[in-house]
Design a protein around this ligand. Structure first.
Ligand code: S3P
Length: 175
């Protein structure tokens, strides 16, 4: 089974993804890292030199490829991915999707000073609008977990307990 983490920048996808992959004993793949590996460029460099559309097409191709690999994975996605093309439909069809949710003020406080995220330079109000526009896409995920009120470990336990597979770690009552 593939577990895909979606959510806005700063929602904790990398942190929760790492813990979750360790608990499940499966590999973690981060679509942003894959994009950087394949292009040999950093995300800000790609936005400047190739443009955002190039980036969106590439992240779509990468996620398509990852979803067809014949192995279990935890996939951490870039914050914009669910809002482009029919990506959320594709993810829901092929994986167990989890929306890592947090209030905008919390998200902004986590990303405001981060220069590795080109969209942050749009400024707080434009980024808030982006967040509001994307929210309906994130909310199509199969599970929602709050990362602003829960620790990363608690988030992972919530995900493990909701996984539909036998390796979910959920405690079942004896028959
Ligand atoms: C983006 C989020 C980033 C990265 C790129 C664009 C976005 O990923 O994919 O900077 O559109 O929100 P994170 O959500 O991991 O920061």
């Amino acid at each position: 089974m593939k577990v895909v983490l979606v959510g806005f920048m700063g929602s904790g996808k990398s942190t929760v993804g790492k813990l979750l992959s360790e608990r499940l004993g499966v590999q973690l793949v981060d679509t942003d890292v894959e994009v950087e590996k394949r292009t040999g460029m950093s995300i800000p460099e790609i936005f400047v030199k190739k443009g955002e559309e190039y980036f969106r097409n590439l992240e779509r191709r990468i996620v398509e490829e990852l979803l067809t690999l014949p192995k279990d994975l935890v996939i951490s996605t870039g914050g914009g991915l669910p809002a482009y093309s029919d990506n959320m439909e594709l993810l829901n069809e092929k994986a167990f999707t989890v929306y890592l949710e947090a209030d905008f003020e919390v998200l902004w406080s986590r990303i405001a000073d981060d220069r590795s995220r080109p969209l942050v330079s749009l400024g707080k109000e434009k980024v808030r609008e982006l967040f509001e526009r994307r929210r309906p896409f994130y909310e199509k995920a199969k599970l929602r977990v709050r990362t602003d009120v829960n620790s990363p470990t608690t988030c992972v336990v919530e995900i493990l307990n909701a996984l539909p597979s036998s390796n979910s770690g959920a405690q079942e009552d004896p028959p």
